[in-house]
Design a protein around this ligand. Structure first.
Ligand code: ADP
Length: 406
């Protein structure tokens, strides 16, 4: 029996997203999501994709913890003849948010690797604990199977020190591992490579600015396939205006809110991560709703949109300067792939930099990678759908290969 399947797990603090893929043709066999783990109202949504139809099944029942969640997922997969005990399963690939400086590539999980991911918890307190739980649970379920950690930070480990270091006291920074790590790396890696493909070139030959605009958002400057700068830093809070995160701000805002506003560090943390960005500016974080309000003449939503675009433009300019020569600016993730007004506004007025968007091409709705710049433009502007699960599956499979292949 050839083992060609990979299960991809993305374990959050109260959720698990999963996909089962067959790596012979990268086909998805099943996808699903467990939400509200640990609550009374947990929900599992499972969609088998084999055999034509894609009828989803839903379970609403209390799911106490990640172990119970993964067991429920295993049951659903088994019901479709895709059980995790199958010899066709080659490996489980886990999204791990923080890999620090050590992990610059996907890594087969050993006790020592798990201990290192654990050592990084202080710099990723919200994410790494859930990722560790996901790995441990999967190990218990299939102890014989390779578990592979694919790190969000890995693609950014090529950043030079000039981009990765904050200008603070070096000893303090090193003692507490304070530096810029960057996130969304799996997406930036995949999208920058796919952009090279779209241009008909090798990744080594192109310089790309990737704008990953989802609920979380980050930009990166990629020179010849290697990341040289990215907008997220020690945590995913730095950089662009996001759905609920502030992105860049004067660090003294924090002292001010503590000293003058009487807020605790935890309150400021919640403010900047959960109540800022678009939702803080106008009460909505969904770009569809914001655009609807802008079109109706809502001033608050219009200002939020302008602030969002202003920051985005600053990063395009900054990364243009970092790269020197830019072959493509590429939009991806929920907002980047779907919101034509964001793409148009972000590039407007940058003709002197060789950047322009063709109105007709920009308004086409499609799931395909595509160019949206006019033919005369010096720099390509593109939309390239991201696929982090496929990238995790590819990296996992490339690492473990096919152990039972003849
Ligand atoms: P996440 O960061 O949660 O993975 P996604 O990449 O899925 O986010 O992006 C989610 C966001 O994409 C939504 O909050 C919404 O603002 C935006 N979005 C999705 N579809 C559209 C659309 N058709 N037009 C504008 N924005 C959209």
């Amino acid at each position: 029996m050839t083992a060609t399947r990979v299960l991809v797990l993305n374990s959050g603090s109260s959720s698990v997203k999963y996909q089962l893929l067959d790596m012979r043709d990268s086909a998805r066999l099943a996808v699903g999501l467990v939400e509200r783990i640990g609550e009374e109202t947990s929900r599992l949504k499972h969609t088998p994709l084999t055999g034509g139809g894609a009828e989803s099944r839903e379970r609403e029942e209390p799911i106490a913890d990640h172990e119970a969640a993964l067991k429920a997922v295993a049951e659903e997969l088994a019901a479709d003849g895709l059980g995790l005990d199958s010899p066709e399963l080659a490996a489980i690939g886990h999204r791990v948010v923080h890999g620090g400086l050590r992990f610059s590539a996907p890594t087969v999980v050993t006790d020592e690797v798990l201990a290192e991911i654990e050592r990084l918890v202080p710099v990723a307190p919200l994410h790494n604990p859930a990722n560790i739980t996901g790995i441990r649970t999967a190990q218990a379920l299939r102890p014989d199977l390779p578990q592979v950690a694919v790190f969000d930070t890995a693609f950014h480990t090529t950043m030079p020190e000039s981009a990765a270091r904050y200008a603070i006291d070096v000893k303090t920074a090193d003692e507490h591992r304070v530096r810029r790590y960057g996130f969304h790396g799996t997406s930036h890696a995949y999208v920058s490579r796919e952009t090279a493909k779209l241009l008909g070139k090798a990744p080594e030959d192109v310089n790309v600015i990737v704008l990953h605009l989802g609920n979380g958002a980050s930009a990166s400057a990629v020179r010849g396939g290697r990341c040289v700068d990215t907008s997220m830093g020690l945590t995913p809070l730095e950089g662009l205006v996001m759905g609920t995160r502030s992105g860049d701000l004067d660090p003294a805002v924090i002292f001010h809110l503590a000293r003058v506003g009487g807020m605790s560090v935890d309150e400021i943390d919640v403010l900047l991560n959960k109540k800022s960005g678009l939702i803080g500016l106008c009460g909505d974080n969904d770009m569809r709703e914001i655009r609807r309000r802008v079109d109706e003449g809502d001033q608050e939503a219009a200002l939020a949109f302008e602030i969002y675009i202003h920051r985005l433009k600053k990063y395009i300019g900054a990364y243009y300067a970092v790269l020197g020569r830019v072959d493509a600016v590429v939009f991806t993730a929920g907002v980047g792939e779907n919101a034509a007004p964001v793409r148009e506004a972000a590039v407007a007025g940058l003709e002197e930099l060789g950047l322009a968007v063709d109105g007709a091409l920009n308004s086409v709705r499609s799931d395909e990678a595509r160019l949206i710049s006019p033919e005369y433009a010096r720099v390509a502007v593109a939309v390239v759908p991201t696929d982090e699960e496929l990238e995790i599956a590819n990296q996992t499979y490339a690492l473990v290969g096919n152990p039972s292949a003849p």
